[in-house]
Design a binder for this molecule. Structure first.
Ligand code: NI
Length: 184
């Protein structure tokens, strides 16, 4: 297992449409090791999600995990999810606005509006079909991560550009030094 380098804002790989993963490729030893490396990287970087293009692989793969954390008091408990070829089947017109950050965008936070409720289909790491329906914080993470597979970043969709903040000032003014927000 290895912690992989993260592609940063401006790297063209973050703007490419990621390729679907075939079952043969998914089940190959190399790809299974890559999934393990993605999980290790997400954990090492303190992220709640990571998409393959963020580690220089233009593939439709995301990993998500969130644990209660004294640094992220807002972060809920989400068990490890490995999603291959995820596809939204529902995005509610009703939106919620929240702060976001990204492992590929150092030191910036901004407010983004996301669908409150989502449903999606994907494959797990064994190639089994899974469906997820959620209106919790997971819905926001799913939209952030799957955007990465379509070449989109949260900074493209800041709902109020004046909210864009550097981390230190964000901690001071937006959060009043109380808590951090998860990045993905
Ligand atoms: Ni991100």
């Amino acid at each position: 297992m290895a912690v992989l380098p993260i592609a940063k804002l401006g790297n063209p790989i973050l703007r490419k449409i990621a390729e679907p993963v075939s079952i043969e490729e998914l089940l190959s030893e190399g790809f299974q090791l890559f999934i393990d490396d993605m999980i290790e990287t997400m954990r090492a970087k303190d992220g709640v999600g990571l998409a393959a293009p963020q580690v220089f692989q233009s593939k439709q793969l995301v990993v998500i995990e969130s644990h209660l954390n004294p640094r992220y008091t807002e972060a809920p408990e989400i068990s490890l999810l490995v999603l291959v070829n995820p596809l939204f089947t529902f995005l509610s017109p009703e939106k919620v606005e929240g702060w976001e950050g990204c492992l590929s965008v150092d030191n910036l936070r901004g407010k983004v509006k996301r669908s409150k409720k989502t449903a999606l289909k994907a494959l797990d790491r064994k190639g089994e079909k899974i469906e997820i329906e959620t209106d919790t914080f997971l819905a926001v993470i799913l939209q952030h991560e799957i955007d990465h597979l379509h070449g989109r970043l949260f900074v493209d969709q800041i709902s109020d550009v004046t909210s864009l903040s550097q981390l230190e000032e964000f901690n001071r003014y937006a959060l009043g030094n109380k808590e951090q927000i998860p990045v993905a």
